[in-house]
Design a binder for this molecule. Structure first.
Ligand code: AMP
Ligand code: ZN
Ligand code: FE
Ligand code: FE
Length: 288
């Protein structure tokens, strides 16, 4: 009997706020003993081709992205992340929406830096852009500038309430979540709600919204994630079972921007097969 395949469906490269290039990421995934890895950079597909070209033998690549979304159903809209798998990266409306969000992230990043500088904190926006290396800009890149300036020691500290977690936190212009689900489906992709219950990251949406999203085309929920407590994981599994949604587990690997390792959490082969069966945009890629 062969061992069950190890499947990690949520990782970031330098195409967004990870620290390994897409090529390094797929090699690291193979070294970590994974059989399937998804590259899911924030709001971009820019890492896909390099990951495909560098794919080591024995590893299957799932091309995906993590979309910055927002639910406007409450007075102060709640941000959430939608993993999108195997969608057509040329679908015009989705392409346009991702480009809009990436641009809005740059505007917001520069505003955060302006606020820091107004308080006498010497961080440089051009330097942060260089640090992002052309990838989708996020707060982890600003965190690196705070570390370089000697103001904090770690990314975790930079996300504390004194810094990017609250005091210097500004909202992004995200994609309305029902529109995101529809766009992903229209592009042949499979939408899965990332870390839906991660209270430690901030406000979370109510279960009633997840019920509505399931009716609107949401395919699954990410249950096993480092930002979920055991009780939160169990709750997500229960909700998924009730709604007939598939359940994933994944590392949300970010290289050295986070401490979690590749394959720290994994997805059952049955759930992975359901994602592949539901997809009609692009296929998983296996190197020969
Ligand atoms: P942004 O997309 O610019 O809002 O930044 C959010 C990114 O920062 C996400 O990819 C998270 O993985 C990462 N992040 C959020 N909270 C933390 C934290 N406490 N420590 C390290 N990284 C974090
Ligand atoms: Zn990230
Ligand atoms: Fe996320
Ligand atoms: Fe992520």
């Amino acid at each position: 009997m062969t061992a069950a395949p190890r499947i990690d469906l949520h990782t970031h490269s330098t195409a967004s706020d990870g620290t390994l290039t897409p090529a390094e990421l797929v090699r690291a995934a193979a070294d970590a003993g994974l059989d399937v890895v998804a590259v899911t950079d924030h709001d971009t597909t820019a890492g896909w081709d390099a990951a495909v070209r560098a794919l080591p033998p024995g590893l299957t690549l799932v091309r995906g992205a993590e979309l910055s979304c927002r639910w406007y159903g409450v007075e102060s809209a709640i941000p959430l992340h939608l993993l999108a798998y195997l969608f057509d990266p040329t679908e015009p409306e989705l392409v346009a929406e991702l480009a809009r969000v990436r641009l809005a992230r740059e505007v917001r990043g520069e505003r955060i830096v302006d606020r820091l500088r107004a308080d006498g904190i010497d961080v440089s926006w051009p330097e942060i852009l260089v640090g992002a290396g052309g990838g989708t800009v996020g707060r982890p890149h600003i965190a690196q500038a705070l570390i370089r300036a000697g103001l904090v020691a770690t990314t975790t500290e930079a996300f504390g309430p004194e810094w990017l977690g609250e005091r210097y936190r500004l909202p992004k212009e995200d994609i309305e979540v029902f529109r995101a689900v529809a766009l992903v489906r229209a592009a042949g992709g499979v939408p899965v709600f990332a870390h839906p219950r991660a209270t430690r990251r901030g406000r979370i949406v109510p279960d009633e919204l997840i019920v509505e999203l399931a009716a609107a085309g949401l395919a699954g929920l990410e249950a096993d994630h480092e930002d979920h407590s055991p009780a939160e994981r169990a709750h997500v599994r229960g909700l998924a079972a009730e709604l007939g949604l598939l359940v994933t587990g994944s590392s949300d690997f970010h290289g050295t921007h986070k401490t979690v390792r590749l394959g720290a959490h994994t997805t059952d082969p049955e759930a992975y097969e359901r994602i592949v069966a539901a997809a009609g945009g692009v296929t998983p890629v296996a190197s020969g």
